[in-house]
Design a protein around this ligand. Sequence first.
Ligand SMILES: [Fe+2]
Length: 240
Amino acid sequence: MIFSKKNEKNAGSEGKEAMMPQANAIELLKKDHRTVSALFKQFEETEEDDEKVALAQQICTELSIHAEAEEKIFYPAAREALDEESEDLVDEAAVEHRSLKMLIAEIDGSSPDDQLFDANVKVLKEYVEHHVKEEEQEMFPKLKGSKMDLDAVGAQLAEMKEDIKAKMGEPKTPRAGAKPTVHVPALKGKSQASSKSTSSKASTGSTASSASAASGAKKSGSARSSSNGTRSASRSHSAH
Ligand SMILES: [Fe+2]
């Protein structure tokens, strides 16, 4: 768990304040990035199908939660804090999230027996690396010098993430003997933090709702062609 660490000062207190993270918004999002990066590394290093499925499921779940929290909390606050020119960075990030969600939808429901399974995870990794690089090298430095209240937004992000996790469906338990298949738990309904918002343009340091839920992505099934076990790592596209 990334955000379960209690603030030392609040360790004895009750309620949500006791769960306040020490990380500000940028530190918190960077931790998410490192977590997913480590999971991708583990995926690359294993040959075990069960482990690949478990890791792909964890990667997709972490990314879905991360994207939802960024879209509901971080990006609206970033739009408010950045000048018009720098807002393009937020637009690009939102478009990149859309590509990530399409790939996550492809991976959801698939298994290592599917020809494009490894390729889908590999391309997802490349998309994420590109997205992380842009956020960490371009957007975050601009926000550090902006009017964004990084501590307040960090607290809201942590609360939103906990809320999303609490409302997430449980992964399906595979039938005995069934082939291992990725199941990304659905993000259910509106999260508590987003319902507090009254505007799609958040005031700095406030919550906002602006983006569609990551759970809305539907599977196209186009990349799910079952094969005789041969895995083609050919890619139809690259990260950029
Ligand atoms: Fe992101």
